[in-house]
Design a binder for this molecule. Sequence first.
Ligand SMILES: [Zn+2]
Length: 115
Amino acid sequence: MYCPKCKAEYREGYTHCTECGCPLTDTPPSSEESLQSHPEPAFLCDAANEFEADIIVSKLAAEGIRAFKRYRGADSYNRILLGRTILGVEILVAADDFEEAQNILSPFGHSETDK
Ligand SMILES: [Zn+2]
């Protein structure tokens, strides 16, 4: 059994996650499924480039928030011509995590939430 939210694995017999109280499912959560369960990720911020985007994503991941990178203009000819996007990278998070993610990225919010 698996918690769809925190991805914890439980033995047979558990019905709810002891961490978050979510009903458990018997299929392992995959990243694609959890993305689909949040069909409208919220736009969080822009990153100037992929390097910066990776920093933001890993910062959020350290706080347990899944963030997604979306390449601005990735579908356009720009990407093909230049070999890489120079149009910036959008950082998206699940709508549920949006406020928390903002707090983490904001220097003021972060110092407040620091323990
Ligand atoms: Zn859970």
